[in-house]
Design a protein around this ligand. Structure first.
Ligand code: FES
Length: 106
């Protein structure tokens, strides 16, 4: 099982990208103590989501945002709720948080 980082590496309403062989580039974000991971691919044009390093959230840090055309995605589900890929979803990456505080690829 591959350890990606520690939980305290990803503060609430922040995100971090990781390169993996199994899933390519993915990112993890935290919302209220829960961690969510998605492949770093926008369902609209199959491009990476962020323009600036580790900047995956909108200005209010409420939604995940694609920097290309501004699509917004729910943090908890990855579903697009605004933008050209409305109703589509980011691809979930299964992760596990272990008691050692590590976040692992499941
Ligand atoms: S490429 Fe992401 S919204 Fe168009």
């Amino acid at each position: 099982m591959l350890k990606l980082c520690m939980t305290n590496d990803i503060p609430d309403r922040e995100a971090r990208a990781f390169d993996t062989t199994a899933y390519g580039t993915l990112f993890i974000t935290q919302r209220d103590g829960q961690f969510f991971a998605y492949k770093n691919i926008c369902p609209h044009l199959q491009v990476e989501l962020e323009f600036l390093e580790n900047e995956f959230l909108d200005q209010d840090k409420e939604f995940i945002q694609c920097s290309t055309h501004g699509a917004l995605f729910q943090v908890e589900t990855g579903e697009c709720i605004s933008g050209p890929c409305l109703g589509e979803s980011l691809t979930v990456v299964p992760i596990q948080v272990h008691s050692d505080g590590g976040i692992y690829l499941a």
